[in-house]
Design a protein around this ligand. Structure first.
Ligand SMILES: O=P(O)(O)OC[C@H]1O[C@H](OP(=O)(O)OP(=O)(O)O)[C@H](O)[C@@H]1O
Ligand code: HPA
Length: 169
């Protein structure tokens, strides 16, 4: 679906935009949403030209419910105090929107100086919640995608490109 070159070009564009937008800020705290964010965050954070810190958070759907679940739980919190910080949540994909919605409420309650969101991919046709990330790499169709950090049953994350797999979503 997306080649190595297309992804690299878009990540550079996003990093330029983010670097411009936060040029006046002392520092940006990038909060990656594990596990899918790990490659995108690595590439994006290295391309930025501003001061940044990296932190991680992890959430999981409750129990064995079929994805996407309506209830999420925090399984690993960030290490840093986000009060007064410029925070950018970075995730690989916005699908139903439940994860990003949960995290913006959770982290928004910690009094950051600002809170924005960045996703590499968005499936506009699958949104269950009205949420618009501040930075979006690509809008994609309603199919299951893998690679560049994204998995299918924990496989294919390390593929350098983004591909589509046949799977009911
Ligand atoms: O918009 P949503 O419907 O909430 O889906 C998006 C979330 O789903 C995936 O994570 P997942 O819970 O599969 O965990 P993973 O990152 O460990 O693969 C993805 O990395 C996003 O965090
Ligand atoms: O299409 C997808 N691929 C991998 N992980 C995901 N999490 C939500 N949607 C997807």
């Amino acid at each position: 679906m997306l080649t190595v070159e297309q992804i690299a070009r878009r990540v550079q564009e996003l990093s330029r935009q983010i670097s411009r937008d936060y040029a006046a800020a002392d520092e940006l705290v990038m909060v990656g949403v594990l596990r899918g964010c790990y490659i995108f965050l690595a590439d994006l954070s290295r391309a930025l030209t501003i001061r940044r810190r990296i932190d991680f958070i992890a959430v999981s759907a409750y129990g064995q419910q079929v994805y996407p679940s309506d209830s999420l739980r925090l399984i690993m919190d960030v290490r840093s105090d986000l009060a007064g910080q410029h925070v950018l949540i970075v995730d690989d994909i916005l699908d139903s929107g439940l994860t990003l919605n949960y995290l913006t409420h959770l982290l928004g309650a910690r009094n950051p100086a600002s809170l924005r969101t960045c996703v590499l991919l968005r499936k506009p046709g699958r949104l269950k919640i009205d949420i618009t990330p501040d930075y979006i790499g690509f809008d994609i169709p309603e199919v299951w995608v893998v690679g560049y950090g994204l998995d299918c049953s924990d496989r294919y994350r390390a593929l350098p490109y983004i591909g589509q797999v046949d799977r009911l979503i």
